[in-house]
Design a protein around this ligand. Structure first.
Ligand code: ACO
Length: 311
């Protein structure tokens, strides 16, 4: 076997839904403004017990079950998260422990909102290299811990959730070449500064413009995979803002693709948003297993990463 593929998928959505009207009761905004500028209608916010480790472990167990695997077959756990409750330790080893992947290695990867795409490409290359057979990739985020609930430009967007997959060996290669890049000169555009300031800050409009400018990179993802945009069955950009999602999908001419619009119900869950959006398309029957689907993450760093997968 020389290839790698996503063998299963699992997600966790916190039970608590927060409506736009609830946000508007706290800050100077409105349901109409939020819907028209972001597409978001509700977002899910975790309770105290729904930690990144707990949410990630539940999503991971579902991914294992859907792959038909048990935890003892996992060689490595990669946790994609930028909202670990602590700087030290990372959440990967806790998830590995919770799911019972006791002989696995475990580490965290902070690729911001592109973390899931970076993690599955890292995992796929490790599987292709032959050093590991099964890698559990878990994206888990609690942006609500870092949300300034008095900042109307960001509190309307941010949310919590988790998604996971198992990347494993396959006769055919079903995780296409990654296209990635960064603009580290603009690292201050999205940040939790630290040093006593643990609140999420974003230059919304400049991030918006940067995200839209990534259309050529998204097109390159298709080119590298040898799949024309109109052949895509689905497209799952990072779920930051519905206007960005639609601009990227139409910008590359993905005319026949089901477009993930999970942001409408789930808000922006950073690295977790791509597996959540992918699961939504699969559950709704808008894409089927084996279909070519483009994933594209972008965000804090600034950084981006995307690939075409058949899952
Ligand atoms: N309600 C009402 N008015 C608001 C709100 C609000 N919630 N938020 C901002 N405004 C106001 C501003 O104060 C401003 O008013 P002014 O003209 O009087 O100064 C006006 O609306 C326009 O503000 P903009 O910031 O230009 O609004 P914009 O249309 O750009 O929408 C938004 C803001 C939704 C944040 C948008 O810029 C966006 O989605 N940016 C990209 C976010 C993103 O992609 N992040 C990616 C990664 S981050 C992550 O995923 C964790």
């Amino acid at each position: 076997m020389t290839g790698a593929r996503m063998l299963g998928l699992g997600v966790y959505r916190p039970a608590r839904l927060v409506t736009n009207d609830e946000i508007a009761a706290r800050v100077d905004t409105s349901n109409e403004w939020i819907r028209s500028r972001t597409g978001i209608v509700t977002r899910r916010i975790a309770d105290d017990e729904e930690t990144t480790a707990v949410m990630g472990a539940v999503a991971a167990e579902k991914a294992l079950a859907s792959a038909g695997l048990t935890a003892d077959s996992i060689d490595l756990v990669i946790a994609a998260s930028c909202t670990s409750p602590s700087q030290i330790p990372g959440v990967g080893p806790q998830i590995a422990h919770r799911v019972g992947a006791l002989r696995a290695g475990a580490f965290d990867l902070n690729g911001g909102c592109a973390g899931f795409s970076y993690a599955i490409s890292t995992a796929a290359d490790m599987v292709r290299g032959g050093g590991v057979r099964h890698v559990l990739v878990v994206a888990t985020e609690r942006l609500s811990d870092y949300t300034d609930w008095d900042d109307r430009s960001t509190c309307i967007l941010l949310a919590d959730g988790a998604g996971a997959t198992v990347v494993g060996a396959s006769d055919t290669d079903e995780i296409g070449p990654a296209v990635w890049g960064h603009d580290g000169s603009r690292h201050e555009a999205i940040q939790v500064p630290g040093g006593g300031d643990n609140l999420f800050r974003m230059s919304g409009q400049s991030v918006f413009r940067w995200a839209i400018s990534l259309v050529p990179a998204v097109r390159e993802v298709c080119e590298r995979a040898g799949v024309a945009p109109e052949q895509l069955a689905g497209i799952v950009p990072h779920q930051a803002n519905l206007r960005i999602v639609e601009a990227l999908a139409t910008g590359i001419g993905a005319t026949n693709a089901a477009v993930a619009r999970d942001v409408v119900d789930s808000g922006n869950t950073s690295a977790a948003s791509i597996p959540l959006g992918l699961a939504r398309l699969l559950d709704a029957g808008e894409i089927r297993r084996g279909d070519p689907v483009l994933l594209f993450g972008f965000g804090a760093g600034l950084t981006y990463c995307g690939q075409v997968v058949r899952c």
